[in-house]
Design a protein around this ligand. Structure first.
Ligand SMILES: Cc1cc2nc3c(=O)[nH]c(=O)nc-3n(C[C@H](O)[C@H](O)[C@H](O)COP(=O)(O)OP(=O)(O)OC[C@H]3O[C@@H](n4cnc5c(N)ncnc54)[C@H](O)[C@@H]3O)c2cc1C
Length: 409
């Protein structure tokens, strides 16, 4: 029997070490920061970077990167366990330098970067000396369909000249460079081969951050960028001409799953809180935990979290084994994003007015969770692809079995 859900003593020890680190270092740091609108910027950065130093000292740094880049060299199944512990605190992944979008950018540079690009950008990102952003989405066209991208680059000698408009670029205000997607090919054979990726230093003349976008969870570092005659040296193209879409897809698969791993941590926190509150709150002659209506909310959340964990572990297993993982990551991303929203919502319900207040983290978690259903592939896009693969499996093989995780049952 090859199917085995036990883990090695070393991995179990690592999982518990991350949990302990988050409890004893990151959560106290998070408490000191409090509401980051109220804390002085210098003090805020001091607390964050002290935690990063502690993470390095505890060898809990860059879990997703190979050892030669200063990382822990973990595979995706192992990462699922680390991220699900790290993201119990909002700052956990950042402290361990495995947060979006830097994590995805590191994978992209590692896979596609030239030696020179790795030396200049990847090395510093791994050392924690700088941050990065990924600039693809545009206000004028549907982000769900990157073949519509209008930001345009043309070659002028040994430079590319780029004009366009991006928005919702996370981290752009703090980033030292961007991976920017722009159209370089006018009539490619495949519409997906129109875009290329560029590494853009920030600041650069022609890269103008025109505003920070206020969102339903406040102002959080998502920027709108106007790009005017931005000149990028030819050797800053990342990957080849027309490979921007492929590179984005390569990046997004594991990056989507990494989001799911962090969402599992958030969903588990919400479920823990739901049960804790139900064991403490008394109404109409019994505890909430004894009410069938509340038990149903707990049961539904428990089943969904269980499904979420299995889906993420299976998709991670397929990536680690070099198997095709597109369907499994797509299904996991859709399911976990929706389960997260439902579980937080139920937890707020069980908390009543307290859940709606900002006295618990639930309100903040709920505001953050909403974007999960449309960013990195909207629900409907994943459903469209899942359905296409299911129909193709049936058409090819007379059975939908291949599309349901290709499991041996
Ligand atoms: C918090 C946050 C952070 C982000 N960070 C980044 C970042 O760092 N870099 C970056 O480039 N982008 C970023 N984005 C943008 C994000 O990737 C896009 O929002 C996402 O790709 C969807 O694009 P859109 O917003 O243009 O929605 P649209 O593409 O306009 O889609 C809107 C809705 O239309 C529906 N829809 C669209 N197409 C179809 C279809 N074919 N079939 C059925 N329904 C459809 C879906 O319901 C979808 O939610 C971020 C967004 C948020 C909210």
């Amino acid at each position: 029997m090859a199917i085995d859900f036990s883990i090695s003593p070393e991995l179990d020890e690592l999982r518990l070490r991350v949990r302990d680190f988050v409890d004893t270092v990151v959560k106290p740091g998070e408490e000191k920061i409090g509401d980051d609108d109220d804390i002085e910027r210098d003090e805020y950065l001091k607390i964050l970077f002290e935690m990063r130093d502690e993470a390095k000292g505890a060898h809990l740094w860059l879990p997703h990167m190979p050892a030669e880049w200063g990382g822990m060299g973990l595979g995706h199944v192992e990462m699922a366990m680390v991220q699900a512990e790290a993201a119990k605190s909002y700052y956990g992944p950042w402290v361990m330098n495995c947060q979006a979008p830097d994590e995805g950018n590191m994978h992209t540079l590692l896979h596609w970067g030239t030696d020179e690009q790795k030396r200049i950008y990847l090395k510093k990102l791994c050392d924690g000396h700088l941050m990065s952003c990924f600039a693809m989405t545009e206000p004028e066209v549907a982000g769900s369909d990157p073949t519509l991208i209008r930001t345009h680059a043309y070659q002028d000698g040994d430079e590319w000249v780029i004009n366009g408009h991006k928005w919702f670029i996370s981290n752009a205000a703090r980033a030292s460079f961007a991976i920017l997607i722009a159209r370089t090919e006018e009539d490619p054979d495949l519409p997906q081969a129109a875009n290329s990726a560029f590494i853009v230093d920030i600041p650069s003349e022609g890269w103008e951050r025109v505003r920070e976008i206020e969102t339903m969870h406040g102002g959080t570092g998502h920027s709108e960028i106007v790009i005017t005659d931005l000149r990028v040296p030819a050797d800053r193209m990342l990957g080849g001409r027309g490979q921007g879409h492929m590179l984005g897809q390569y990046r997004l698969g594991p990056a989507r799953l990494a989001h799911c791993m962090r969402w599992i941590a958030q969903a588990e926190t919400a479920l823990d809180m739901m049960v804790d509150r139900s064991l403490d709150r008394f109404s109409h002659g019994s505890l909430l935990a004894e009410k069938q209506g509340v038990q149903w909310m707990i049961a539904d959340s428990t089943m969904e979290l269980y499904q979420a964990k299995l889906m993420v572990l299976h998709a991670a297993y397929r990536i680690d084994r070099g198997l095709d993982f597109k369907s499994e990551v797509s299904m996991a991303k859709h399911f976990v994003a929706n389960a997260l929203n439902r579980i937080i919502d139920r937890s707020i319900q069980v908390h009543g007015a307290l859940g709606y207040s900002t006295d618990t983290p639930l309100a903040h978690m709920y505001q953050h969770a909403r974007w999960a259903r449309f960013a990195d592939g909207a629900d409907e896009i994943h459903q469209m692809r899942i359905a296409q693969r299911t129909i193709a499996a049936y058409t090819d093989e007379g059975s939908t079995r291949r599309a349901t995780g290709d499991l041996p049952i």
